[in-house]
Design a protein around this ligand. Structure first.
Ligand code: FAQ
Length: 359
């Protein structure tokens, strides 16, 4: 699949002029007020701070923005949360392409609401990152410069309206399996953002399943569209959980810090166990000849995803990598006037407020 030419999804199209690519100027890292170390901890010796941090993690309590934290813990959080935020924003594209071609007003309203939710998720997550001292502007620049990742799944095209249903069912379904445990992540702002995100993702998954169920009750052609869509999205959905634990360089440390609560393989298994009965109820076949119930493990055995495809997609060689990033760069350049206007307005408001304070 990687490298293969894929039919144009919806022609988001034009290439982006070089000068429209931000990322050349990465603004200096601003540390918001919340990240300053409170006075009583500033006075403590580094050893005590480390001990306090470890004891907080060990008792399952949360680290908050004002707490001292090791640099590597902060960097891991910024990496994961930023990647997650970027995924939500880039993840608007495959489904967003279908808003103008939804088959009914009802479907259009549902899809519009879902895609807007994804924008909201991105914003909660960028806000969580800001509490760690990484500005949204800086993170966006890193994404546009290709220096931060987003989820592999969004490098696959949405080729039919059935894909809108399959993305809701499988992609949001995988996102829920991965993200529900993150509601208990050790960093407070991330965990609290995840609670709201997971509620919305559950709605997204149901709408996808309902769409597919409607199509499965339709014509033979509609049923075939659903099956074809599921065939394309099954393996990439399994890859969303990341590489096998043995090849996951970050898992052990992230789990020791309580950032991740489970390994990649455990969550992938949970997703398969949850999804197989749903596929049966829907009447679709999952494209894995190795899929079978294992009574001893009380879980489904399943085949190995093609990890060479996964690494190729991460290298930028997936079907839609170039298109997704070009579209994101163009949208960012097109939105420059909005950011300028918002900043000018904020400046005027601040001046007016300062003036009023002196009256
Ligand atoms: N795609 O050592 P690990 C959504 C990278 S859901 C791309 O195992 P880690 C909702 C990984 O970053 C999708 N890269 O890494 C939605 C690392 O590279 P790095 C987003 C991947 O962090 C639905 C390297 O491989 N969800 O958007 C992927 O411990 C529908 C080694 O991997 C989240 O981000 C991948 N699939 O575990 C929106 C959830 N997997 O950074 C619209 C939060 C791994 O060292 C429509 N994130 N890599 O250069 C996580 O739970 C974790 O970050 C994992 C990866 C599990 C994704």
């Amino acid at each position: 699949m990687p490298g293969k030419t894929v039919p144009e999804e919806a022609a988001p199209g034009k290439t982006v002029p070089e000068e429209a690519v931000p990322g050349k100027t990465v603004p200096g890292k601003t540390v918001p007020e919340e990240t300053t170390v409170p006075e009583e901890t500033q006075a403590a010796a580094p050893g005590d701070l480390q001990e306090h941090f470890e004891a907080t993690i060990a008792r399952g309590a949360r680290i908050e923005p004002r707490d001292w934290m090791p640099d590597a813990y902060r960097a891991t959080l910024v990496r994961q949360i930023a990647q997650h935020a970027h995924s939500e924003i880039i993840g608007m594209q495959p489904e967003g392409n279908w808003i103008t071609r939804a088959p009914s007003l009802r479907r259009k309203a549902i899809l519009l609401a879902k895609v807007q939710d994804e924008a909201g998720h991105g914003l909660y997550l960028y806000s969580a990152c800001e509490t760690l001292g990484a500005s949204r502007e800086e993170l966006t620049s890193l994404l546009l410069a290709g220096r931060q990742k987003y989820s592999s799944i969004f490098n696959y095209p949405a080729l039919s309206y059935a894909d809108v249903g399959t993305i809701g069912w499988l992609v949001d379904g995988a996102a829920i399996c991965n993200q529900v445990p993150l509601c208990r992540t050790s960093y407070g702002p991330y965990g609290r953002a995840m609670i709201r995100i997971c509620k919305e993702e559950s709605f997204h998954q149901r709408q996808g399943y309902e769409l597919l169920m409607t199509m499965m009750r339709g014509t033979g052609e509609q049923r075939a569209m659903v099956q074809e869509s599921v065939n394309r999205f099954w393996w990439p959905s399994l890859m969303m959980f990341g590489p096998p634990d043995a090849d996951s360089p970050n898992s052990a440390r992230s789990m020791a810090w309580g950032i991740k609560r489970n390994g990649n393989d455990e969550l992938r298994q949970r997703f398969v166990d949850m999804t197989v009965p749903q596929a049966e109820a829907l009447g679709v076949t999952l494209p894995d000849p190795g899929l079978r119930w294992n009574a001893e493990r009380e879980s489904y055995d399943f085949g190995e995803p093609d990890w060479s495809e996964f690494t190729a997609v991460l290298r930028g060689e997936g079907p839609c990598n170039a298109q997704r990033l070009a579209h994101r760069r163009r949208a960012h350049a097109d939105g420059a006037w909005v950011r300028e206007a918002a900043l000018a307005f904020a400046g005027k408001t601040a001046l007016a407020t300062a003036g009023a304070d002196h009256d």
